[in-house]
Design a protein around this ligand. Structure first.
Ligand SMILES: Cc1cc2nc3c(=O)[nH]c(=O)nc-3n(C[C@H](O)[C@H](O)[C@H](O)COP(=O)(O)OP(=O)(O)OC[C@H]3O[C@@H](n4cnc5c(N)ncnc54)[C@H](O)[C@@H]3O)c2cc1C
Length: 277
């Protein structure tokens, strides 16, 4: 049972969603957009999350599209992880999404909900970070398409009240050779010890990793180190891990040393599989 009462409103336009969010805010409420609702329900039940005004965005057509237009793939934020798995345009996303949660949960969890989650793993963001994707976001100021890195703050959160409408990926990146691997402590379902995505684009390797630090990591400085052709693979990897931008953490999934070991091992595999120079 959810131990608090909340208002529930379903909206059908982007404008309605952002205006209603502001309206609730000005009325002293704590509004939340509702994608798949799994996080709101599960964290709400344990009182780890509070909202007294839920705005269901699933009726907004722009949030439900999945199409290719002008050499770009456009994915609405309300498409489910199951749809993300079975779309056949962006194989890196399919391979990443199929490892998130279990089939029943994936039917409900929305792509936007995973990316805007308060849970730290956000594995669904990895394919979009390394493909330099854009996002379409909306707030009181209007609707804008901007690079994904500019939309989120350091904690990978959007500013309060901002609605993630769509993710936009360039076809050039979609067709690039890729690698995706998730390693768990045990079994085939659960949060990752590490989850790693990589692509090779224009001869350059780009990587993004979840699980190893508190939040997903994608940094140009790491990519630069991994692409330093003056050094052997092992030395590039050592440099990248030594200069890792955020602490590599111990958690219930695994120790920091174990994570470092897995990172090293998988980076080596990536160099070989993607035939990086
Ligand atoms: C059984 C289970 C297993 C899981 N396993 C994994 C895993 O292996 N890896 C992993 O990364 N995650 C995992 N998760 C976490 C899950 O991906 C997140 O909790 C995700 O937020 C759920 O998506 P949702 O659509 O249900 O979100 P909701 O509950 O609808 O929303 C979650 C948060 O995102 C905000 N939000 C939703 N959509 C938007 C939008 N379009 N614009 C702006 N804000 C928005 C909401 O306001 C809320 O704050 C798991 C969750 C469950 C229930």
């Amino acid at each position: 049972m959810i131990p608090f009462n909340f208002e529930y409103m379903k909206v059908y336009t982007i404008q309605e969603a952002v205006s209603l969010y502001q309206h609730f805010l000005l009325s002293g409420k704590t509004p939340m957009y509702f994608g798949g609702g799994t996080e709101i329900i599960t964290l709400g039940r344990t009182s780890s999350l509070f909202t007294d005004a839920v705005i269901d965005i699933n009726g907004i057509p722009e949030c439900n599209i999945l199409l290719e237009r002008e050499q770009k793939l456009i994915l609405g934020s309300c498409i489910s992880l199951t749809q993300s798995v079975y779309q056949d345009s962006f194989p890196l996303l399919s391979k990443t999404a199929i490892e998130i949660a279990d089939q029943t949960a994936r039917n409900k969890i929305s792509l936007g909900g995973n990316i805007c989650s308060n849970i730290r793993f956000k594995e669904g963001i990895l394919p979009f970070l390394i493909t330099d994707s854009n996002v379409v976001i909306a707030n009181e100021g209007g609707i804008r398409e901007i690079p994904i890195k500019d939309a989120f703050n350091e904690e990978y959160q959007l500013p309060a009240g901002t609605l993630l409408v769509q993710l936009v990926v360039d076809e050039e990146y979609i067709n690039a050779p890729y690698y995706a691997k998730k390693i768990r402590t045990i079994g085939t379902v659960g949060y990752p010890v590490i989850s790693i995505n990589a692509i090779k684009i224009n001869g350059r390797l780009k990587i993004a990793v979840s699980g190893i630090s508190l939040l997903p990591i994608h940094e140009e400085t790491i990519d630069n180190r991994l692409n330093n052709r003056q050094l052997a693979y092992k030395d590039r990897i050592k440099e990248a891990i030594d200069a890792w931008p955020k602490p590599i953490i111990d958690d219930i999934q695994g120790s920091a040393d174990y994570k470092k070991y897995l990172l090293e091992k998988n980076l080596l595999e990536i160099f070989q599989k993607l035939e990086v120079e």
